[in-house]
Ligand binder design. Structure first.
Ligand code: PFF
Length: 487
C-alpha cells in the first residue's frame, strides 16, 4: 500500500510547509516592490483567486484520484502526457538549484547575526563584502568558498530531512511551519513602529489602478502565485497522492492557499514599513530608496535587526534560522515529489541512493551561483523558470485536463470528498480564464524577449540561463517518458 500521512494535520502542515518558503519572505516583497507595491497587490489577489486556488484544487484532485506522483498521474490521465509531470519536476529542479544557494546565504547571515557583522550599511555589506559582486554575468571572478560551503550544508540538511519519506516529513514540519510565524510577528511589530513606516505602508497598500494596464505586473503576479503555492512543480500532486482515501480536498486547498498568501502579505508589512523608514532617513521617495534587486531581503531584514531595541543578535539569529526552516520544507517537498515520480515508474530499492544522487546533482548545478557573478545568474534563471517554466506547465495542465480529459471526473472525485463543493466557477477558471490569461501573458513576454534580453543582460547570458535550460528540460522530459517503466 502507498505510504500515508500520519494525520490530516500532518498533510496540511507539509503542504503549507512546501508552499510557505523563501518565496513568501524573500521573493514576494522583492517582486512586490519591483512592480509597484500597491500596484502589485490587486493582480496578486486576482491571480490567487482565479488561478492559484482553483489549480491547487486541481492538482490535489489529480494526485489523489490517480494516487501517484506527477508523471504517472498525467500518464494515467492520458497517453503520451507523462512528460508534463517530468517537465514540472525539472522546472522545479531549476528553481531549487538556486533556492538552496539562497538558503546558503541564510546560513551565512545566521552566523553574521551573532555580532551583527553587516554593520549599518547593510546594502554595501551585501553586495560588496558578502557577495563581492562582479561587473557582469560572465565575469565569474572565482567561487566564494563560504557560500559554496553553506550550499553544501543546505543540501546535507535537505537530504537529511527526507531520509525516510513522508513519516519523517510529518514530524519535521511541525517545527518548520510554526516557529517562523512567531518570529515574523516580532519583525512586523518592530517594522510598524519605526519612524516613516506609514509612508512605506501606504506605498504597499494604496492600490494603483493605472498600473493594472501593465502586462508585466500581471505576469509577475501570476508567476509569483504559482511559485509561492508550489503549483506547477509537481509537488502538490505527489503530496495529495499520500492522502488517505477520505480526505477533504477543497478545504485543505483553501487553508493552504490562504495561509500562504497571508504569510507573504505579512512579510510585506515588515519589509515595506522598513522601506518607509529608509525613505524617512534618506529623504528619498519610497520607490527609490534601494535597488529593486533579488537581494532586497538581505538588505532590509538586517536593518530591522539592527533597530530592534533589545536582543537584536538573538532575534537576528532566530530570524535567519526561521528562513532556513521555511526554506527547507519547500526544498524537500520537491525531493519527495521527484522521489514519488521515480518510485511510481521504476522499482527502486535504494531510496537513499536517489536522495543522495539528487542532492549531489543539485549541489553541482548550484556552484555557478556561488561565484561572484552568482546573483546575476540567479536573477536570470529565476526569471525564466517563473515566467516560462511554471507558466507553461500550468497552461499545459489546464489545456490538457480541461479539454483532452474529462474535467468532470476530477470535479466529481473532489466533490464527493469535500464539504465545500466546487461549482461551475471552477471549470470556468480552469478551462477559460487561466489559460486565456496565460496565453496572453506568454505572447506579450515573447514579444518583449524579441525586443531585448531580460533585465539588460546580453543575449548570450539570457540564452544560457534561460532558453537552453528550458530546451534541455523539455528534451529530458520526453526521454524520461519514453524510457520503459520497470515495476
Ligand atoms: N513555494 C516555495 C516558496 O514559496 O518558497 C517555492 C519552492 C521552491 C518550492 C523550491 C519548492 C522548491 F523546491
Amino acid at each position: 500500500m502507498r505510504e500515508q500521512w500520519d494525520s490530516r494535520t500532518a498533510f496540511v502542515l507539509a503542504a503549507i510547509g512546501s508552499a510557505i518558503g523563501l518565496g513568501n519572505v524573500w521573493r514576494f516583497p522583492y517582486i512586490c516592490f519591483k512592480y509597484g507595491g500597491g500596484a502589485f497587490l490587486i493582480p496578486y489577489f486576482v491571480a490567487l483567486l482565479t488561478a492559484g486556488i482553483p489549480l491547487m484544487i486541481l492538482e490535489f484532485s489529480l494526485g489523489h484520484k490517480m494516487a501517484s506522483g506527477a508523471p504517472t498521474s498525467f500518464a494515467k490521465a492520458g497517453r503520451g502526457k507523462e512528460w508534463i509531470g517530468w517537465f514540472a519536476l525539472l522546472v522545479a529542479f531549476g528553481i531549487v538549484s538556486y533556492y538552496a544557494v539562497i538558503m546558503g546565504w541564510c546560513f551565512n547571515y545566521f552566523g553574521y547575526s551573532f555580532n551583527l557583522s553587516w554593520g549599518d550599511a547593510t546594502k554595501d555589506f551585501f553586495y560588496n563584502k558578502f557577495l563581492t559582486i562582479s561587473e557582469g554575468p560572465f565575469k565569474f571572478g572565482g567561487i566564494k568558498p563560504f557560500i559554496m560551503l553553506t550550499l553544501f550544508i543546505s543540501w546535507i540538511a535537505i537530504v537529511g530531512c527526507v531520509w525516510r519519506g513522508p513519516k519523517t516529513v510529518s514530524k519535521v514540519v511541525y517545527v518548520t511551519v510554526l516557529l517562523p510565524w512567531l518570529i515574523l510577528i516580532i519583525f512586523v511589530i518592530r517594522g510598524l513602529t519605526l519612524p516613516g513606516a506609514v509612508k512605506g505602508l501606504s506605498y504597499y497598500l494604496t492600490p494603483n489602478f493605472a498600473a493594472l494596464r501593465d502586462i508585466e505586473v500581471w505576469r509577475n503576479a501570476y508567476g509569483q502565485v504559482f511559485y509561492s503555492l508550489s503549483i506547477g512543480f509537481g509537488i502538490m500532486i505527489a503530496y495529495a497522492s499520500y492522502l488517505p482515501k477520505k480526505s477533504d480536498i477543497v478545504s485543505n486547498a483553501l487553508i493552504i492557499s490562504l495561509a500562504d498568501a497571508g504569510t507573504a502579505f505579512f512579510a510585506g508589512l515588515a519589509v515595506f514599513s522598513t522601506l518607509g523608514y529608509y525613505s524617512y532617513t534618506q529623504g528619498v521617495a519610497v520607490p527609490d530608496v534601494v535597488e529593486k534587486s533579488i537581494g532586497l531581503a538581505f538588505i532590509v531584514y538586517p536593518t530591522i535587526i539592527n533597530l530592534l531595541p533589545f536582543a537584536g543578535k538573538l532575534f537576528g539569529a532566530l530570524f535567519f534560522l526561521m528562513l532556513l526552516t521555511l526554506a527547507i520544507d519547500s526544498a524537500f517537498s520537491l525531493m519527495e515529489a521527484g522521489m514519488a515520480g521515480i518510485m511510481d515508474k521504476w522499482k527502486v530499492k535504494k531510496r537513499w541512493a536517489i536522495n543522495i544522487g539528487f542532492g549531489a546533482i543539485a549541489f553541482f548545478a548550484g556552484i555557478i551561483y556561488t561565484t561572484r557573478a552568482g546573483l546575476y545568474w540567479i536573477d536570470i534563471v529565476d526569471h525564466f523558470m517563473q515566467n516560462f517554466g511554471l507558466m507553461t506547465v500550468v497552461l499545459v495542465e489546464c489545456i490538457f485536463l480541461g479539454y483532452m480529459f474529462k474535467l468532470s471526473v476530477l470535479k466529481e472525485h473532489c466533490n464527493a470528498l469535500s464539504d465545500i463543493r466546487v461549482g461551475k466557477w471552477w471549470d470556468i477558471c480552469i478551462k477559460f480564464i487561466t489559460p486565456l490569461v496565460l496565453i496572453l501573458l506568454l505572447v506579450f513576454l515573447i514579444i518583449e524577449k524579441i525586443k531585448g534580453a531580460y533585465g539588460g543582460y546580453s543575449r548570450g547570458a539570457e540564452f544560457l540561463g534561460g532558453w537552453l535550460i528550458l530546451i534541455v528540460f523539455f528534451i529530458i522530459s520526453i526521454v524520461l517518458m519514453k524510457v520503459r517503466s520497470r515495476k
